[in-house]
Design a protein around this ligand. Structure first.
Ligand code: SF4
Ligand code: SF4
Length: 82
């Protein structure tokens, strides 16, 4: 499933450059993850890079976007034309 950023986000900007799919951007109040672009880093890394770097651990699985690893890999292939 894709991930989402909770309201504990302190707008530190550390996660945005780490996302290989450019799924993270500054929203009106806090940073946001585009579920159409987040593959949970499947296709790029073994672990979600944004979760690793977030200093306040405010990035969680998005219960509204439950996806299997196969679906995440398909999303990765679609994004990157593979
Ligand atoms: S899990 Fe990976 S693809 Fe999803 S937002 Fe975080 S860094 Fe980007
Ligand atoms: S790393 Fe965490 S606290 Fe910093 S902008 Fe990203 S989600 Fe917010």
């Amino acid at each position: 499933m894709s991930l989402f950023i909770t309201e504990e986000c302190i707008n530190c900007d550390v996660c945005e450059p780490e996302c290989p799919n450019k799924a993270i951007s500054q929203g009106p109040e806090i940073y946001e993850i585009n579920p159409e672009l987040c593959t949970e880093c499947v296709g790029h890394y073994d672990e979600p890079q944004c979760q690793i770097v977030c200093p306040v651990a405010c990035i969680d699985p998005n219960p509204n976007h439950v996806e299997t690893d196969d679906q995440l890999l398909d999303k990765y292939k679609k994004i990157w034309g593979k």
